[in-house]
Design a protein around this ligand. Structure first.
Ligand code: GUN
Length: 281
């Protein structure tokens, strides 16, 4: 038996069509939605992701400026830019692509970004709102995952969910969103004992650990939903490699996301949708 595919590319297209219509309605009211991007200038992977995000913005009718931040940038120069973007009424959303160059303090940058422009949902204010069940922008990648599950009629309520990874932009908010959807949630990480055993108990597995093909088919409970949020660079292989060993996992899982074409496009679609909301659409 082979798992059914959670097709993020196809579902993202539906969302992007909806976004396009919301953009058209905004433009008819004289509002030009704009999402600005701050990205490390010397990180080829980040630049590639940001290029895709900007291309999808343009296709949807969202204006996007980007700021390439290199080793010469000081913390105060970047904070000045963030304050400028906060104050600019033409800018509706700001994405700070992680990671920034090492000399910069990313946490301080995110603390400075106005929550009303945090369309990637990764500032402490947005994450606090998620934790407190208050309205606010939800973190784009886990939001994309929840939208994908919903599209395929997968309801986490009452299910055992295992999130592997505890990053601020992925593991932690994914766990909180699953909890909000009434799953029984476990967060696993590098210090977790018996990870394969914990994984075999899970009805839903979100792999967000950053280790290529770590999750094997024999870790998966038969029929489980497997979501792979990994995007690892592996020497000798082109493109991104997920955290799940797809070939073995698909033989056991009920549902599985491919890499590419699973979580990645859903992240971008969620970002665009949040950006249009920030513009009032
Ligand atoms: N770096 C890798 N993925 C992401 C993401 O979803 N958002 C941001 N801001 N940075 C990232």
């Amino acid at each position: 038996m082979s798992a059914q595919i959670l097709d993020g590319l196809t579902v993202s297209k539906l969302i992007r069509e909806e976004v396009r219509q919301r953009v058209d309605a905004l433009r008819a009211r004289g509002v030009e939605p704009r999402l600005d991007v701050v990205v490390a200038a010397q990180d080829p992977a980040s630049l590639a992701y940001v290029r895709m995000k900007r291309a999808w913005c343009e296709k949807a009718g969202i204006i996007s400026e980007s700021y390439a931040v290199d080793e010469s940038w000081t913390q105060s120069k970047l904070l000045d830019l963030i304050r400028e973007l906060n104050a600019n009424p033409k800018v509706h959303g700001v994405l700070v692509q992680h990671p920034l160059p090492a000399q910069l303090d990313e946490s301080e940058v995110l603390l400075a970004l106005g929550p009303e422009k945090d369309v990637d949902g990764i500032t402490p204010a947005s994450l606090g709102r998620l934790t407190a069940d208050l309205p606010g922008f939800r973190c784009a990648t886990p939001l994309g995952i929840m939208t994908l599950l919903k599209h395929y009629g997968i309801d986490p309520a009452g299910k055992r969910a295992l999130v592997i990874g505890r990053s601020v932009i992925l593991g932690k908010p994914a766990a909180l969103m699953l909890l909000q959807l009434n799953a029984t949630v476990t967060i696993a990480h590098s210090r977790t004992h018996d990870l394969p055993e914990r994984c075999r108990e899970a009805d839903i597995v979100i792999a967000a650990v950053g280790r290529a093909e770590m999750v094997k088919g024999d870790w998966i409970k038969p029929g489980a939903v497997v979501v792979d949020a990994g995007y690892n660079k592996v020497e000798g292989r082109s493109g991104d490699v997920g955290d799940v060993d797809f070939e073995s996992a698909k033989e056991v899982a009920g549902w599985i996301t491919p890499v590419p074409g699973g979580v990645g496009p859903m992240t971008v679609a969620s970002l665009l949708s949040n950006a249009v909301s920030a513009a009032g659409g």
